[in-house]
Structure formats: C-alpha cells, structure tokens
Ligand binder design. Structure first.
Ligand code: COA
Length: 266
C-alpha cells in the first residue's frame, strides 16, 4: 500500500515506514479538536491500515507542541439536537472501539493537551506516552455535558472508579506527572520527545513475532472494548444526549466560544 496515494486525508497526516504507522491529527488551529470529519477520516484510515499485513504497530499523535487533541469540537456541538448528539457520541464511541481493537498495538504519543475526546482517544490506545507538558482531563461538566466518546467507561477501567469519579465530576485537569502516578499514562518524557519515544517503543514491538503480538492483543482485547460492556457505552450515549435537552449545554459551549465563564441553571 502506498502511503502517499491511499492514505491522503484532509485532517490527518498518515505515514507508514518500516512497518510502523503514524497518524497525526492535523488541525493545530483548533488544538486538533475532533469534529465529524476527523472521526470519519480516522475511521476510514483505520479501515485501510487494518488491511496492511506488514504493519507492526501504530502511533497516534497531534500536530504541534500544544495539543494531542483538546476534545470534541465544541463549535460543531454547540447547536446539536439531542438526537444529533446521540449520533455524534455513538460514532465517536465506535471509532474509538475500532482503534482499541486495532489488530496491532496502538501507542498514543501525547504531546500536549489531551482533554475530553482527546483523553478518550488516548485511553482507547493500548499504551500512552506523555510529554512533560501534556495535560489530561475530562472537563465536560464545565460545558454542561458529560464525556460522550467512552470516557465514563474507559477512565474507571484505567484509573479505578474513585479517581475517575473525582476527575469526571470536577472536570479537573491534571499534569503528566499526576497522570503517571494514577496509571493514566505509562511513561513521561521531556517535552517534544513523545513521538520519538513512541517510535522507539514501536520498534521494540516490531522486533518481536508479529503473529504473537497480534494474537496476544486479540486475547486481551477480544472484541475491541474488553473488559468494558457495550451496555455501559449505550448508557453514556443516552445520558450524553440528555444533556442536550436542557439549557446548560448551550450556555456552557457558548460561554467557551465567547471566552467567558458559563452561568449554569441552579
Ligand atoms: N473545540 C473547538 N475549538 C477548540 C477546542 C475544542 N475542544 N479547544 C480549543 N479550541 C480552539 C479555541 O476556540 C481557539 O480558537 P480561536 O483561536 O478561534 O479562538 C483555539 O482552539 C485555541 O484555543 P484557546 O482556548 O485560545 O487556547 P488556550 O491556550 O487559551 O487554552 C485549552 C487551551 C486547551 C485549555 C482550551 O482551549 C480549552 O479549554 N479547550 C476546550 C477543552 C474542553 O473542554 N474539551 C472538551 C470538549 S467536549
């Protein structure tokens, strides 16, 4: 497969070299926020890379030094109806589950903000390497919504229910050192080094038996979302959409876009 012709996207830069694929989300002007186009292209891209039998590992990162991805695109969500929100959430969940069940190991090189959907994207990867300046969180409650791309399911599975509750219910953003201490990331490296470190790890994986690595991942991940249940994702989708029925979501998102503090209903 030629990376130049078959893997050409508007919002992603994709390279494949020596069996290692690198997908870079390329919307630095909006801190690599995840809109429908990014999700659709990621889905298509994963579908094509899944066919590549010579692939040993995949790396996901964001363009620029500032952000891995600063979340789902707030400007795209501000006017969504509850039904549209449910569809957006369902599609994001499905693409991230596809990533989680991707046939070879996926490493997130978190080079800056990984907030909301950005943190969910990182959590859907198998291994997370963070640069020292990376920041993690699920700040959705400050926007009048809840995580909608699987965060209510992935985060408790990775850091435990008590820590996940504290992070999701307060929207607190944590630095890379704290993310390491709670097991949200596997390793912290100096700023600017996340991709290089991820490539190093990918080469270690690539030096092993490809068949064994693929089978090991299959045994652990089974259908892609193990050990999580699809019922949990469905519940998250339902409650995410419910947030779009009340006034807080529009107020929270408008406030962000207008760069002011939100005034929520009491
Ligand atoms: N959706 C859409 N646009 C976003 C975005 C998002 N999730 N995150 C950042 N952007 C845009 C900003 O609107 C801004 O655009 P502008 O230059 O047209 O005003 C640009 O990216 C730069 O962001 P800005 O907020 O000016 O940078 P900052 O350094 O002051 O703050 C963050 C960085 C990450 C703290 C801040 O952008 C932020 O809080 N983003 C939203 C995080 C979030 O709530 N994610 C969950 C979404 S569900």
């Amino acid at each position: 497969m030629s990376a130049g012709t078959d893997l050409c996207f508007e919002t992603l830069v994709v390279t494949v070299s020596d069996g290692i694929g690198v997908i870079t989300i390329n919307r630095p002007e909006s801190l690599n926020a995840l809109n429908l186009k990014v999700l659709q292209e990621l889905d298509t891209c994963l579908g094509r890379l899944e066919q590549l039998e010579t692939l040993s590992a995949l790396i996901l990162t964001g363009q620029g030094e500032k952000a891995f991805a600063a979340g789902a695109d707030i400007s795209a969500m501000v006017s969504m109806s509850p039904g549209e929100a449910a569809d957006f959430s369902g599609f994001g969940q499905a693409v991230f589950q596809r990533l989680s069940g991707f046939p070879v190991p996926v490493i997130a090189a978190v080079n800056g903000y990984a907030l909301g959907g950005g943190n969910e994207l990182a959590m859907a990867c198998d291994i997370r390497i963070a640069s020292q300046n990376a920041k993690f969180g699920q700040p959705e409650v400050g926007l009048g919504i809840i995580p909608g791309f699987g965060g209510t399911q992935w985060l408790p599975a990775i850091v435990g229910v008590p820590r996940a509750l504290e992070l999701i219910l307060t929207g607190r953003v944590i630095d890379a050192a704290e993310a390491l201490s709670i097991g949200l990331v596997h390793k912290v490296v100096p700023a600017g080094e996340a991709l290089r470190s991820a490539e190093e790890l990918a080469r270690v994986i690539a030096s092993k038996s490809g068949l064994a690595v693929r089978n090991a991942k299959k045994a652990i991940k089974r259908d892609g979302h193990a050990p999580l249940s699809l019922a949990g994702f469905a519940l998250e989708r339902q409650f995410f959409a419910k947030c779009f029925e009340g006034p807080d979501q529009a107020e929270g998102m408008r406030a962000f876009l207008q760069k002011r503090a939100p005034k929520f209903q009491r």
